[in-house]
Design a protein around this ligand. Structure first.
Ligand code: FES
Length: 194
């Protein structure tokens, strides 16, 4: 499954929905691509969805908490296990998973985690690049487009860089050891003009 990183995005929010679209947006305004493309609403992560690796081939295998290694981000998409469908039509559904010691999380993050695993939108809230590189010394996830650093242990808040919003978080639960989506994103996924 292709993973493109749309970093040449001055004043634009790029996203894929089967075909690539680029939405021009006005100054300082957040635009929800969901609102602009209502047909994508059904593709949003749903409560009860499992998670599968973003580049999984063949029959998707729902991820387990034990599949995550501390310090190793893993990109995933929601998976409707009943229909056998991966919700990958929109890159706004891309999720970054990480596993931590629960004692290291703040209360907000711990409450939305399951089995020590946290889930956040993998789409930078600045201009929409993928966010997937962990900086162990800084305990932050960095977006290499313009170097925003997000603190996943502190609810995805911005530590530094041009992004103005935290990474939206996605609450998880467990079914056995399988990771299950327990609610919607805490805020719309996607980029914001700065
Ligand atoms: S897109 Fe600019 S910091 Fe991520």
């Amino acid at each position: 499954m292709p993973s493109r990183n749309p970093c040449s995005c001055n004043g634009e929010i790029p996203f894929d929905a089967g075909r690539r679209k680029v939405i021009q947006i006005g100054a300082a305004g957040f635009v929800s691509p969901w609102a602009l493309a209502p047909s994508l609403a059904l593709a949003k992560p749903m409560v009860g969805d499992r998670l599968v690796e973003d580049d999984a081939e063949g029959t998707p295998a729902p991820l387990r908490a034990s599949d995550l290694r501390p310090g190793k981000p893993l990109l995933a998409f929601p998976f409707d296990a009943i229909k056998g469908e991966v919700r990958s039509d929109s890159r706004l559904n891309k999720i970054v998973l990480m596993r931590f010691a629960e004692a290291d999380m703040n209360a907000e993050t711990r409450a939305r985690s399951a089995g020590g695993v946290v889930a956040f939108s993998a789409i930078c809230t600045h201009q929409g690049c993928d966010v997937k590189t962990w900086l162990p010394k800084e305990q932050a996830l960095v977006c290499f487009c313009h170097s925003t650093k997000f603190l996943l242990l502190e609810g995805g808040s911005v530590a530094s860089g041009p992004a103005l919003r935290s990474l939206p978080s996605l609450p998880l639960s467990l079914d056995g050891d399988q990771l299950v989506i327990a609610g919607p994103f805490s805020a719309p996924a996607g980029g914001t003009t700065a």
